[in-house]
Design a binder for this molecule. Structure first.
Ligand code: KIV
Ligand code: ZN
Length: 386
């Protein structure tokens, strides 16, 4: 009841990022690492979309062993058949099928009525059930779908056999309290909700994907759909590393995942390198600066006790050890610490003297490196020799 299933869609929604397309060999490498990381479900692709994607899903299905492999489809019979065929070698196959449920999707995309969409939703789940037991239904644009109607759709697809019902905030529009209330509404108003798991699939158009997913699980959803480094359509999806570490850090929520957190940084680097998509330095958990301290006040506190400014030990997420970065905002204790690391023990007067020189240098440069410190150190050595 308290396990949050991690559904990784790096290879499907993540791979929709322009310029991030992977070939089958690269996808298999990522899939194997996701399996080792401990994700519960890998969404391997959208088999009907291209022969290459079909082949990738098929080969991933044949390669991984301890994880569910999922293929996306629209609520279209030939899509579902293609997904079923690609997933045939999988030990644990899942078909992910669905349709837009917001009035905007119903009118603009399908020129249909709510009742017609409800019927198609049920039909696609029933069709998918002919091929696999595990069928996930997505109500696209659920974030902007009327809750009463959404509850009717969710009840009907569960009755048709859906094991998981995905409630995507496709446009990243919801505020966390609204998304949380939506999940709570479904938990409280869908009579057969105990027969399925609700899933959060949040996009990051307003920077709220992670917050919305957490609001969703706090209201009863038990699966999060996410990507490594938060990559995905437009502003991206929920970041796997962020939701996993939020659940890990906030034990009072009483929730857990099966992710091996020490693999988060290596996994992030693999995806970034393979997709040739750099990670922003200030990205939580996996950014280059996530464990760097540069202001004097922070450095002083951190050097006295790391927990003053770090809530996560970098080792816990497989990151390099914390860095004390020297800039014109750094203080004496950080300077003395970095000198000590280079083998120079200076007394207080010497550090004072060096600090004045350091600030002049630091005002001219963005960052002071070891070679700059070695030059500075000679100033003291020279004055001592005299
Ligand atoms: O964002 C979305 O609604 C999706 C669905 C296809 C699940 O990616
Ligand atoms: Zn999506």
């Amino acid at each position: 009841m308290n396990k949050i299933h991690i559904f990784d869609t790096t290879l499907r929604d993540g791979e929709q990022v322009p310029g991030c397309k992977l070939n089958t060999t690269e996808k298999i490498e990522v899939a194997l690492r996701l399996e080792a990381l401990g994700v519960d479900i890998i969404e391997a692709g959208f088999p009907i979309s291209s022969p290459g994607d079909f082949q990738s899903v098929q080969q991933i299905a044949a390669t991984v062993k301890d994880v569910t492999v999922c293929g996306l489809s629209r609520a279209v019979l030939k899509d579902i058949e293609a997904a079923a065929e690609a997933l045939r070698p999988a030990r644990r196959p899942r078909i992910h099928t669905g349709i837009g449920t917001s009035d905007s999707h119903i009118r603009a995309k399908f020129n249909a009525t709510r009742e017609e969409i409800l019927e198609r939703a049920v039909q696609c789940v029933k069709w998918a059930k002919n091929f696999v037991d595990d069928v996930e239904f997505y109500a696209e644009d659920a974030g902007r779908t009327d809750n009463e109607y959404l509850a009717r759709v969710v009840e009907a697809v569960i009755a048709a056999g859906a094991t998981v019902v995905n409630i995507p905030d496709t446009t990243g529009y919801c505020l966390p309290y609204q998304y949380g209330e939506k999940i709570a509404f479904l938990m409280n108003n869908v009579p057969n909700i105990d027969k399925a798991i609700l899933s959060c699939h949040c996009h990051n158009d307003l920077g709220l994907a992670t917050a919305n997913s957490i609001a969703g699980i706090m209201s009863g959803a038990r699966q999060i759909e996410c990507t490594i480094n938060g990559i995905g359509e437009r502003a991206g999806n929920t970041s796997l590393e962020e939701v996993v570490m939020i659940i890990n850090q906030h034990q009072h929520l009483g929730l857990y995942t099966d992710i091996d957190t020490r693999q988060l940084n290596p996994m992030s680097r693999l995806v970034s390198d393979t997709m040739r998509m750099p990670v922003q330095p200030n990205k939580a958990i996996v950014g280059g600066n996530a464990f760097s301290h540069s202001s004097g006040i922070h450095q002083d506190g951190f050097l006295k006790d790391a927990q003053t400014y770090e809530i996560i030990n970098p080792e816990q997420v497989g990151a390099d050890s914390s860095k004390i970065v020297l800039t014109a905002r750094s203080g004496r204790s950080a300077l003395a610490y970095r000198f000590r690391k280079l083998g120079h023990e200076f007394n207080r007067d010497e550090v004072d003297q060096l600090y004045a020189e350091f600030l002049i240098m630091a005002d001219q440069k963005k960052e002071i490196h070891d070679e700059d410190l070695q030059k500075l150190a000679t100033l003291v050595v020279v004055s001592v020799e005299r």
